[in-house]
Write a protein that binds this ligand. Structure first.
Ligand code: FMN
Length: 366
């Protein structure tokens, strides 16, 4: 019997051959100029050859102001970077996969900047990740973003999305998950502003909404815009939304007011049930489906076929994003389809990304 994960999806702007997406994964393998290179082209093309219907790029920085996370992170802010991405999108898209660029602003979790910015001046938990070229020691306390910072950051995302379109991506995914800048606005302990960007959810969501509006206005109706959200954070994996499903509902009601095309709910620690499921049987990803009516990507240990099929049939998601399993074997979909065993994952494959931040972590082993 053909697994449900191999059924096609045609919903809104998402026309996918199957339900399998590559989760966004930082690889720290771009040039220090932020230009992606041939190594990355081969890395991304292999997923398309291997049968994934959708590929989401690693978190890509959006401006030269304060967005950058790592020295070898790719950017999409200038002509050189755009033309380098063009070569990659060409190689991926000729195999038919949908290719989305994840737009990321690190906020207070930049591994490299001396000075960072965020919603409020709070001390981030954990230490910088020296393994990815970061500076050792605690993260600096960020400066509270001024109105000018808010404008520059919004414009950075919007321009980056325009560049992504020019580079041949089918769309962008706004990274508002895992503890980075936009998640810092959504989260109480990192946002104690008393202006229009703090307090009630509509305020905490305001920057994300402005970014989505700006991107839609400048990239047109056909360009795909997704939003990635999560409960856990890279430097605080056990974190859960205070208020559980009620808070999830509040966030998603704000998301539903914007012109998004899909929602992606991440379980960074690799365990969807632990990070997305609530005691009453509802889930962050299921609530996203109900409230927005949009296609929803679920994530976290979805290489477990039984769990993946169950999640789809119980209505907790429409698409499954695979992180570690895709890293271990870019031909994961084709192998499963052929009844073969995909290559096994080894922890060294995620180094150096997880070295320090996840030292106390509860990340699942595959
Ligand atoms: C090496 C590595 C890099 C990652 N980089 C990103 C990233 O750039 N953006 C993001 O949203 N999530 C990132 N993540 C989180 C993954 O997208 C995913 O949520 C996590 O691996 C759990 O999925 P899995 O159980 O299928 O591995 C990264 C994870 C790994 C292992």
């Amino acid at each position: 019997m053909k697994h449900q994960i191999f059924s096609s999806l045609n919903q809104g702007k998402l026309n996918l051959e199957n339900r399998l997406a590559v989760a966004p994964m930082t690889r720290n393998s771009a040039e220090t100029s932020g230009e992606p290179n041939d190594l990355m082209a081969a890395y991304y093309e292999n997923f398309a050859i291997g049968g994934f219907g959708m590929i989401i790029s690693e978190g890509t920085y959006t401006d030269d102001h304060f967005s950058r996370c790592n020295p070898n992170q790719p950017g999409i802010v200038n002509k050189g970077q755009v033309s380098a991405w063009k070569k990659i999108t060409y190689r991926v898209k000729k195999h038919g996969a949908l290719f989305i660029c994840q737009l990321m602003h690190a906020g207070s979790l930049s591994e490299m900047l001396e000075q960072t910015i965020s919603a409020s001046p709070f001390q981030p938990q954990g230490e910088r990740n020296t393994g990815s070229g970061g500076k050792p020691g605690p993260y600096p306390v960020p400066l509270e973003m001024s109105n000018e910072d808010l404008e520059k950051t919004t414009e950075g995302f919007v321009l980056a999305a325009q560049h992504a379109k020019e580079a041949g991506f089918d769309g962008v995914e706004i990274h508002a998950a895992n503890g980075y800048l936009l998640d810092q606005f959504l989260t109480g302990y990192s946002n104690f502003r008393t202006d229009n960007y703090g307090g009630r959810m509509a305020n905490r969501f305001r920057l994300i909404a402005a970014i989505i509006d700006g991107i839609r206005e400048r990239t047109g109706a056909d360009f795909i815009i997704g939003l990635r959200l999560s409960e856990s954070k890279v430097n605080n994996l056990p974190y859960r939304l205070p208020g559980g499903p009620q808070t999830a509902t509040e966030i998603l009601e704000e998301a539903a007011k914007t012109q998004l095309d899909y929602i992606h709910i991440a379980a960074e620690g690799g365990n969807w049930a632990r990070e997305c499921l609530y005691e009453d049987g509802s889930s962050f990803s299921g609530i996203a489906r109900q409230i927005t009516g949009l296609p929803v990507i679920a994530n976290g240990g979805m290489h477990d076929l039984h769990k993946a099929e169950q999640l789809l049939s119980e209505g907790h998601g429409d698409i499954l994003a695979l992180g570690r399993a895709a890293l271990a074997d870019p031909s994961w979909p084709n192998k499963i389809l052929a009844g073969e065993k995909p290559l096994a994952f080894h922890k060294s494959m995620i180094q150096p990304y997880l070295t320090i931040r996840h030292s106390n972590s509860v990340i699942s082993s595959l």
